[in-house]
Design a protein. Structure first.
Length: 148
């Protein structure tokens, strides 16, 4: 069972041009590195995501936020001006995955592991970091899992 961290710390983030900026007011999960082919195409290699309840995401600016329906079950939020990838949202769920790179530093978060390693591109090898690895989804066993 995944556990929440950062119970009380408020986190802030934005895209590159600050057309999208947000505050996370609730608990967030540790970070997962996702190597699925969609994250690869969106992020260049992996998608590094934390996660929050939608109710705890407060936009201070979203004038350039746009959503792309990336699969039957999910959509991805990005900035239509600077191109930053910000969010992954499973449709009809009450949570959203947030691209960790858009968070202001320091985050206080840690990497919890690697998911969708079956899709690892041939030009990259996983670090020998001792963290859990899953060929596809972690089925909720990993903090920050995108698919639970
Ligand atoms: Zn932007």
């Amino acid at each position: 069972m995944a556990t929440d961290t950062n119970e009380t710390k408020e986190l802030h983030g934005s895209c590159l041009c600050k057309g999208v900026s947000y505050t996370l007011s609730g608990a967030v999960r540790e970070i997962s590195h996702c190597y699925c082919s969609q994250c690869r195409r969106t992020h260049g290699l992996m998608g590094s995501y934390t996660r929050s309840n939608w109710d705890d995401v407060h936009f201070t600016n979203k004038k350039t936020l746009q959503w792309f329906r990336s699969s039957d079950s999910a959509e991805r939020g990005f900035c239509n001006t600077c191109g930053s990838s910000l969010f992954w949202h499973r449709l009809d769920s009450g949570y959203v995955a947030i691209s960790a790179g858009t968070l202001d530093q320091p985050t206080g978060l840690k990497v919890a592991g690697h998911i969708y390693t079956d899709d690892l591109p041939d030009y990259y090898s996983l670090p020998d970091d001792g963290m859990p690895r899953y060929g596809t989804t972690s089925d909720g066993k990993l903090d920050g899992d995108l698919s639970t």
